[in-house]
Design a protein around this ligand. Sequence first.
Ligand SMILES: *[C@@H]1O[C@H](CO)[C@@H](O)[C@H](O)[C@H]1NC(C)=O
Ligand SMILES: *[C@@H]1O[C@H](CO)[C@@H](O)[C@H](O)[C@H]1NC(C)=O
Ligand SMILES: *[C@@H]1O[C@H](CO)[C@@H](O)[C@H](O)[C@H]1NC(C)=O
Ligand SMILES: *[C@@H]1O[C@H](CO)[C@@H](O)[C@H](O)[C@H]1NC(C)=O
Ligand SMILES: *[C@@H]1O[C@H](CO)[C@@H](O)[C@H](O)[C@H]1NC(C)=O
Ligand SMILES: *[C@@H]1O[C@H](CO)[C@@H](O)[C@H](O)[C@H]1NC(C)=O
Length: 330
Amino acid sequence: MKLIVLRCSSARGLLLPLLFLETDILQQPENISEFSKDTVCFFMFLDEETEAALKNSTTIDHTKRIGLWRIVVVRNLPYSDARRNGKVPKLLLHRLFPNVRYSIWIDGKLKLVRDPYQVLERFLWRKNVSFAISRHYRRFDVFDEAEANKAGGKYDNASIDYQIEFYKREGLTHYSSAKLPMTSDVPEGCVIVREHIPITNLFSCLWFNEVDRFTSRDQLSFSMVRDKIRSRVNWTADMFLDCERRDFVVQSYHRELLEQRQASLRSRPLLRPPMGQIQPRKMLPDNASKEPGKASSAKKLPGKRTRDERSSSKRGHRTKVIGGKEAIQL
Ligand SMILES: *[C@@H]1O[C@H](CO)[C@@H](O)[C@H](O)[C@H]1NC(C)=O
Ligand SMILES: *[C@@H]1O[C@H](CO)[C@@H](O)[C@H](O)[C@H]1NC(C)=O
Ligand SMILES: *[C@@H]1O[C@H](CO)[C@@H](O)[C@H](O)[C@H]1NC(C)=O
Ligand SMILES: *[C@@H]1O[C@H](CO)[C@@H](O)[C@H](O)[C@H]1NC(C)=O
Ligand SMILES: *[C@@H]1O[C@H](CO)[C@@H](O)[C@H](O)[C@H]1NC(C)=O
Ligand SMILES: *[C@@H]1O[C@H](CO)[C@@H](O)[C@H](O)[C@H]1NC(C)=O
């Protein structure tokens, strides 16, 4: 059995300053068993700019490895839209690694803190499913997601409207309990756990087609593709709760921390801001908070990285974790 864990740091098209490469990319998965270290391949996709910045830090050598991560530098990118480029390794993984049986895809901002086999057991084998993705922490209706994307300036409004109008003609409706057992139409695409079998390969190919044809916001097309397949085959993409997701991948740092450090980098490019002095306070506007993994962790773990800043948000965006259950505030 071949299993790979993938991480894509070019997905956001964001060239991270060196400091963040050190704290983010160079961060190693934790709680990985010796067995997994021997049998699991950890691949990280980087764009050339990110690689160039990484090389400066002298931590990358000729073996193209950083700790457990094997670096793959992606060249000759097909699209000018960096997010769309990021969807190639994310969704067409089975084409890049045809012999792989299982994969766990995690967003570049996330750190894996569980053994990959535990993740497979929990999200695939125990439930007897072949594809699992986390739900959006708050939204479950594609129309709401589209509005939020527009309000946040995630993509131009006309393209989002065009895509949604097209889907409406294809039968897209608001989410309602009539769609049960589907619990949501909106994924938080920061994590995908999948068994590579023909139906999941087909699903991700079709999903990629939508990303290629319409906007690169894959959360808008997910349910459309899923439901089209479900109308023909008894198969589904399982969706797990955001709090379950936060149990095995955690955010390396907070957006507000990032912003603050970027500001401090601009003023003192050669100095590393002392970690202890950084006191993240402000939330970024929602438009900066979109893509996966950016929902703040609500888990109180030691260290400021995982502090829940969202709970102080005034925007009603909070996700509470109460007794392990996710309370969705509308
Ligand atoms: C690498 O370091 C050199 C000199 O320190 C600097 O001029 C260059 O901009 C750096 N490149 C990147 C991509 O950070
Ligand atoms: C490693 O796993 C243990 C439980 O198995 C957990 O308590 C701990 O938080 C994990 N490490 C990290 C960094 O999350
Ligand atoms: C798991 O699912 C497959 C196909 O969906 C089915 O054939 C099989 O019987 C299921 N196994 C269990 C234990 O439910
Ligand atoms: C896009 O739509 C959103 C909400 O519908 C609106 O707030 C925003 O101003 C629009 N943006 C542009 C550039 O028209
Ligand atoms: C986010 O929205 C704020 C105002 O709501 C605007 O000033 C800012 O330019 C936007 N940022 C992006 C990246 O769209
Ligand atoms: C679909 O598959 C599930 C389990 O894999 C089974 O419980 C269910 O009865 C099936 N539904 C239909 C309509 O065949």
